[in-house]
Design a protein around this ligand. Structure first.
Ligand code: ATP
Length: 638
């Protein structure tokens, strides 16, 4: 995410200026693409024309696959299946049912999306290579299905698809056809680019970085992935519709694995995560394919399409080895080296730091549906078993609103397991978690987040694909409304700027504004931890679970963190704190609960817990004398 802005041309109203600033690269890029497509029919020979038309057609499934793979991190090897479903359905509607072109095309796209929805419902629960294998299987099913089914014309396919007419003008040559396809590709591009910058797009990237963290901020990862899978199939289906028009015949070759590999190659060559890269990749692969068609038979006389597939494989390996970020990475590196490239104005990164001071500002009151002191979280008989290991054993606790509960215990006592069950990351073997009167145990973390419960992690879960403010911005997810559709249509800019401002404010309270525009992965461990706390706070939770927030912090940072926690409590926030720094917990917490070997051995105010013999023995050592010495030391720290 970047906040570098270029001034808009003079004379523009502020709204138009903002539109220009936000969409400048998209508008320039689309303008160049349209200009090229207007010129190509007048300048290119028929062979180049053919390549360009197919590149534009295949740019559609490539954009769709790029959204799925680059944004949502879902590997699919079945894009040809949706391409074929679009092409065949369109062809059947045109030739067998005699439907008008736009109706047949719409049904083609919807059919691809419907099949994606039906197969996506179970498939989107799979991850990584399992999903890749399942989509590969889907590709084979469609390929065999169209070969064996009478309706799809078996091995001969469907003939006689006539080109459409626009305003009575028949699209009967390649030049006209290119102009016919171009607006659809440009619209697809704009929708996809909008999506990548939208609330939903950022959530998808976050899911890709850390599903657990995204879920904990309220992202329903399953539903979001499913939507992008269906959307991606829609792009492929539209490509299939144009393909059917262009070749006038739909045969089983449209569903072949070879085609899925080609589309995958377009996305990888273009650069995963770059919508423009997918379009560039489509052009490169088409030109490459044409080149291979000439070169390979010259090297291997009599070589067939299988050898061409081998050529694709070699190119794929070379790209992954030499240019893992694809054309997008190459273009970005080149652009940065050019003197023309917009550089960040001096001081811009620190624009927000001027207002910083060394104290934490007063925080606005947290609105909690229950009065201070009333139970906000009730844990009852919570148990987690892993085979013979009982990580948490029948723990019951009540946390009053507006207080800090410190959860301590030696290593392996079950603290994180408890946190995971409260936040929904783990399903309890037994027992319930009731938050604000709702039983949330066994539900997904996004359900707990929706009720106002957010957490941080002992093992940091940073969204590495974005910058620091981008991470905190993700904390605002549940405060936003715009879904995939509104994101694609770009109807959420007001919402986004408000959330950005809120994210900066939170960073300011933790003195992180200097690093706001830095890549999150470049931060020190301690700063990443503070950033996670900021991210959780951005969600404006009623209950905050902090898993070792002081670990890795410098002594000054610890002081700032402790002060922040006090201020948050004063503002009405309820906090459950797991922390190894016992002295800090004792000084901060209203109540302390001690776990040992999964069992709750003590619960009460810090003084009574500090002097509880069971805690002294279990927590500080088996030797009582040694334990008492440690205890005295602790008291001195407190
Ligand atoms: P630490 O302070 O070291 O982080 P903790 O109090 O958070 O420890 P947990 O991580 O909750 O402890 O672990 C509690 C117990 O459960 C440990 O004995 C651990 O080995 C066990 N445990 C945790 N997760 C699993 C798992 N997935 N499978 C088997 N045992 C597990």
């Amino acid at each position: 995410m970047t906040h570098v802005t270029t001034p808009a041309p003079a004379g523009m109203s502020s709204r138009r200026a903002r539109f220009w600033t936000n969409n400048k690269s998209t508008l320039i890029g689309c303008g160049v693409l349209v200009a090229l497509m207007i010129v190509v029919p007048f300048t290119a020979n028929s062979s180049v024309m053919n390549i360009v038309v197919f590149a534009m057609i295949f740019a559609l499934p490539a954009i769709g696959l790029n959204l799925l793979m680059g944004l949502a991190g879902q590997v699919s090897l079945g894009q040809a299946a949706f391409f074929a479903i679009g092409a065949y359905t369109h062809a059947i509607m045109l030739t067998k049912l005699d439907l008008p072109g736009p109706v047949a095309a719409t049904i083609g796209v919807l059919a691809a999306m419907l099949v994606a929805l039906l197969v996506g419902l179970p498939l989107m629960r799979l991850r990584g290579h399992y999903l890749a294998l399942a989509t590969l299987g889907l590709g084979f099913i469609v390929m065999i299905g169209v070969r064996e089914w009478d309706v799809t014309g078996r091995t001969t396919g469907i003939y006689g698809i006539s080109r459409p007419s626009v305003f009575g003008i028949p699209i009967d040559n390649s030049g006209f056809f290119l102009w016919f396809v171009t607006p659809f590709v440009v619209i697809g591009l704009i929708l996809a680019l909008n999506l990548t910058r939208s609330r939903a797009g950022r959530a998808l990237s976050a899911v890709n970085d850390s599903e657990l963290a995204a879920e904990s901020l309220g992202v329903n990862t399953y539903a979001l992935r499913l939507k992008v899978f269906v959307l991606s199939a829609g792009f492929a289906g539209l490509g299939g519709v144009f393909y059917a028009y262009q070749v006038a015949i739909v045969s089983p070759t449209t569903a072949e694995f070879h085609l899925s590999v080609s589309i995958l190659l377009m996305v990888v060559i273009g650069g995963l995560g770059s919508v423009w890269g997918a379009v560039a990749g489509a052009f490169l692969v088409q030109f490459l394919g044409e080149g291979m068609r000439d070169v390979i038979p010259a090297i291997f006389p009599g070589a067939s399409g299988e050898v061409q597939l081998l050529g694709y494989g070699i190119v794929l390996i070379l790209v992954i080895l030499l240019l893992p970020g694809g054309l997008h990475q190459a273009a970005t590196t080149l652009w940065r080296k050019l003197p023309l490239a917009g550089k960040r104005p001096p001081g811009d990164a620190h624009a927000h730091s001027a207002a910083e001071d060394t104290t934490i500002p007063q925080l606005p009151a947290v609105s909690t549906p229950v009065a201070a002191g009333e139970p906000i979280l009730v844990i009852s008989g919570l148990t987690k078993r892993y085979g013979g290991v009982v990580a948490v054993d029948d723990v019951s606790l009540t946390v009053p609103a507006g207080s800090i509960l410190g959860l301590i215990g030696p290593n392996g006592a079950g603290k994180t397991t408890c946190f995971n069950m409260i936040s929904g990351a783990l399903t309890p073997s037994k027992g319930t978690v009731t938050f604000l009167g709702q039983v949330i145990s066994g539900r997904k973390p996004h359900v707990a987040a929706a009720h106002g419960l957010t957490r941080t992690f002992q093992n940091l879960q940073v969204f590495t694909s974005t910058d620091v403010v981008g991470n905190v911005y993700m904390g605002r997810y549940r405060k936003g409304r715009a879904g995939v559709l509104r994101g694609m249509l770009g109807l959420q800019s007001g919402e986004q700027s408000a959330h950005h401002a809120a994210a900066y404010e939170i960073l300011q309270s933790m003195r992180l504004t200097d690093a706001a525009d830095d890549s999150a992965s470049d931060l020190s461990f301690g700063k990443q931890r503070i950033m996670e706390v900021c991210r959780a706070l951005a969600a404006e939770p009623a209950l905050l679970l902090l898993d070792e927030p002081m670990a890795g912090l410098s002594s000054t940072e610890r002081e700032v963190m402790a002060e922040l926690l006090r201020r948050l409590r004063a503002a009405g926030l309820t906090i459950v704190l797991v922390e190894h720094d016992v002295a800090q917990v004792m000084s901060l917490a209203d109540q302390v609960a001690v776990l040992d070997d999964g069992v709750l051995i003590a619960h009460g105010d810090p003084d009574s817990v500090r002097n509880d013999p069971a805690v002294v023995v279990a927590y500080l050592g088996t030797d009582l004398d040694e334990a008492e010495a440690e205890l005295t030391e602790l008291e001195e720290h407190a």
